[in-house]
Design a protein. Structure first.
Lengths: 352, 478
């Protein structure tokens, strides 16, 4: 992850090396937002999340305007580290993490299932649709598609519209794409693992696609942001399973990035928030969740934060939302995970 | 018989005791029964619902455990399992319960899953899951356990597959079914109460109709009630009609009595008045002893008639209303005889008494004395002078007083007639009498459920017998 420019007036804390707690989790970036009302810094809310700090910036600012007494520190970490932090009740400088935001739905579900999340119930959360919550402990506040992003400069012709078309294209023009495709490394990224496992449930095409990726010596990445950077710089031509929201934000910023919502099926990921059982400030964490799912919070998420991109219209049938539920626990099973990753490994490295 | 006609008093006595409502009592008892049924319904629905909810959760848990068991494999001498996605996903379809699983070898070594999941007390069976309820991580969980044996490296190894799920959806389902059951029970109760109210109101309608018919009736209307009463109410209507009929007869008799009494008294009074006027016109010198005697006789007659009429009214009243007490017939007879001793002596008549002391009856002393005195009075009047009158009291077969004389007697055909009011025997033309004496006797005896018998005395004369019902029987009948 490449840090971006920080807004003036915010105190920047680069704590990755300095304040590393005992259980080894890596905080990629931390941003501190002091309470707006200087005199009454009533409480401090520690939010740990996988969402890019820049994307969270607008959300936190609006929340702070509504809750001027609350100081907030946003800690950005990988989804596995977010999981480890909550699972191990890791503290930051002696203080608990009060809210966990993650795109890795399976890890979040496991935290809830294992009883590590606190129940939260408010007027706003009771109105949530069925897909957006589970056990009143985990709350979805975005729906983001997994898309294929491509470098528009590299495609003179019409880009492929489905996995099968992509597969045919990559097979027929190996020389053009060798070393110029990228996807998540499921061993490193929780979200990448979620996408990979859900893909494997949907279609056999995925495995053949991974074999072709192996043949093309695909770049394996930790995060959507990194893949989009590679696309923007022209190093690669195609990135598979990139978060649609991030890609759209880049595109809106002027990058020549094309977005394909695969017509065979497009996975929809739900970004979720939960209050860890170890939280010392569950009250403010609950207020933050209420804000995230409130109409005002949703407006900020769709606008400033660009986390809720417009979904392709007229083709709802190809959208497959990943359900929040115990099914997500299956691929977290250690044997299952080992088996899946070894199968994935052998596919990707088949003819390397 | 009551002469003074006081209006019948409906409000007193039995009709207006502290009023309770038949309708309310019926409704209350029915509602009690219905409430019992509703509670029964609630508990049975809840029990059935609980079992159904159990069965539903067990089915899914069992299917999940079997699905996992089918994926257990031996790979290169090690047991492994490829957890099927559907196995856990299906558990999330009905509700949002937490899910735990464990796959362990027979030696207790964990293969995968949650190591501390509770164990079944019994060994799991192959293919058929075993279910039990336990606690795990602070929650009640329902557990399904199956066994699978697998060949690994030439050794048969048993693998236990356990799947557990919390019971929140189960509880919510049971509660919601119980609430529905309670709603149904309550609704049933309310509806049943309403229907019972309507049914009871309809059933009680004839009673209200009878009440309205009686209330609307004129005070001199003694015709029978004519309402279409159901079979259950009919006895009440019949009883009311019979009572009204008796009331009518009583009032008729009273009115006849008053009319006749007025007429009887008016005649001797008119005669007295006429005599007095004649004497007045004739002047004191010419007033004969004869006319004075006639006036005296008319005055006597009026006086006796009036006395007897009042006596009869009093006796009738006492006979109907007075408290009954235990009396000895012998002492009654002696008292009556003593009262009339002087009158008998004036005619040179003796009383011969044959009294059984243990003849006892229940009755009113004053009325009975009057009856016996009337018999003696008649015997003195109509019997020959310088004679004797036999008074006897017997206990067997029934208590009885009889008075026998040796006068002219009463012919057999006239015996019923002389017992009626103002009727006198054929031989009594010359004797002073009102015609009330024997009718008083009969009335007293009727009030005591006894009878008057007039018989021939041998060789001649009349024997009047007052026969009472035996004491024990009378006591029972009351």
């Amino acid at each position: 992850m490449i840090p971006r420019a920080f807004s003036a007036g915010l105190v920047l804390l680069l704590v990755a090396a300095l304040l590393q707690p005992a259980a080894a989790i890596e905080i990629e970036e931390a941003r501190s937002y002091p309470a707006l009302r200087e005199a009454g810094a009533r409480s401090l809310l520690h939010v740990i999340g996988t969402t890019e700090a820049d994307a969270m910036d607008g959300i936190v600012r609006t929340f702070r305007a509504l809750q001027p007494d609350v100081a907030l520190i946003y800690h950005q970490a990988s989804s596995l580290d977010v999981y480890k932090a909550i699972e191990g009740a890791v503290t930051f400088d002696g203080q608990s993490y009060d809210l966990a935001i993650s795109s890795a739905m399976d890890l979040q579900i496991k935290l809830v299932n294992d009883g590590l999340a606190r129940r939260h119930r408010s007027l706003v959360t009771t109105r949530l649709p069925r897909w957006a919550s589970w056990r009143e402990r985990i709350f979805g506040f975005t729906r983001e598609p997994a898309v294929i992003a491509y470098d528009m400069k590299a495609f003179a012709e019409a880009p492929p519209q489905s996995r099968f078309e992509l597969l045919s294209l990559l097979r027929s023009e190996e020389g053009r794409f060798a070393g110029r495709v990228a996807t998540y490394d499921p061993k490193v990224s929780g979200l990448g693992y979620l996408f990979a496992t859900q893909d494997s449930l949907q279609s056999e095409t995925y495995w053949r696609l991974m074999e072709v990726f192996g043949n093309l010596s695909a770049r394996l990445s930790c995060c959507s942001g990194e893949m989009l950077d590679l696309l923007e710089s022209g190093e690669i031509a195609v990135a598979y399973n990139v978060l649609g929201s991030y890609a759209q934000a880049r595109r809106a910023a002027g990058a020549p990035i094309g977005i394909i919502y695969p017509q065979d099926y497009t996975l929809l990921m739900v970004r979720t928030a939960l209050i860890p059982a170890s939280s010392d400030n569950a009250e403010d964490a609950g207020k933050f969740i209420d804000f995230l799912v409130s109409p005002e919070g949703q407006r900020v998420i769709a606008g400033e934060a660009s986390l809720a991109p417009a979904l392709p219209e007229g083709d709802e049938g190809s959208l497959i939302p990943i359900r929040l539920g115990p099914g997500l626990l299956v691929f977290l099973d250690s044997l299952k995970r080992r088996a899946f990753l070894s199968e994935w490994e052998s596919a990707v490295t088949a003819k390397r | 018989m009551t002469v003074g006609s006081s209006p019948p008093d409906w409000s007193s006595s039995t009709l207006a005791a502290p009023a309770w409502s038949l309708r309310r009592r019926l409704i209350g008892q029915l509602l009690l029964v219905f409430a019992g049924l509703a509670v029964l319904l609630y508990f049975s629905v809840q029990a059935v619902a609980g079992r159904a909810a159990d069965a539903t959760q067990d089915n899914i848990l069992g299917a999940s455990a079997i699905a996992i068991a089918e994926q257990v494999r031996a790979v290169e001498g090690a047991i492994t399992v490829d957890l099927p996605y559907a196995a856990l996903e299906m558990l999330g379809l009905a509700g949002e319960d937490r899910v735990f699983y464990r796959v362990a070898s027979g030696r207790g070594a964990l293969i995968t899953g949650y190591p501390d999941l509770p164990d079944s007390a019994l060994p799991g069976r192959e293919d058929t899951p075993l279910f039990f309820t336990g606690r795990y991580r602070g929650d009640t969980v329902r557990v399904a356990s199956v066994r699978r044996s697998i060949l690994t490296g030439g050794v048969r190894e048993t693998v236990f597959i356990t799947v557990a799920q919390t019971r929140e959806a189960h509880g919510a389902l049971t509660v919601s079914i119980a609430l529905s059951a309670a709603g149904v029970g309550g609704g049933f109760l309310a509806l049943a109460g309403l229907l019972a109210w309507i049914a009871i109101s309809r059933a009680l309608k004839p009673v209200q109709e009878i009440e309205r018919a009686i209330a609307a009736r004129a005070s001199d209307d003694f015709s029978p009630l004519e309402t279409a009463a159901p079979r259950e109410i009919l006895p009440l209507v019949d009883a009311i009609n019979a009572f009204v009929e008796r009331l009518r007869l009583t009032l008729d008799t009273s009115q006849q009595f008053i009319a006749e009494a007025a007429h009887r008294i008016r005649t001797p009074l008119a005669a007295l008045k006429a005599q007095a006027e004649v004497s007045l016109k004739a002047g004191p010198e010419r007033t004969s002893e004869e006319s004075l005697r006639r006036m005296l006789r008319a005055a006597d007659e009026t006086s006796q008639l009036t006395t007897q009429l009042l006596t009869q009214a009093m006796v009738a009243f006492r006979a109907e209303r007075a408290e009954r007490q235990r009396l000895s017939l012998a002492s009654l007879a002696r008292t009556a005889a003593r009262d009339l001793e002087v009158a008998a002596e004036m005619r040179g008549i003796d009383f011969r008494m044959d009294l059984t002391e243990d003849a006892e009856i229940e009755g009113d002393e004053i009325a009975l004395l009057e009856a016996i005195r009337n018999l003696l009075d008649n015997a003195i009047k109509y019997g020959p002078p310088d004679d004797y009158i036999e008074i006897s009291v017997r206990a067997d077969p029934a208590p009885e007083v009889s008075v026998a004389d040796h006068g002219p007697g009463v012919p057999r055909k006239d015996r019923d007639k002389v017992l009626e009011r103002f009727r006198r025997g054929a031989v009594s033309e010359d004797t002073l009498g009102s015609g009330l004496g024997l009718s008083i006797v009969r009335q007293v005896m009727r009030a005591h459920r006894g009878r008057v018998r007039l018989e021939d005395n041998s060789p001649q004369g009349l024997c009047a017998r007052l026969v009472f019902p035996p004491l024990r029987k009378q006591g029972k009948a009351r």
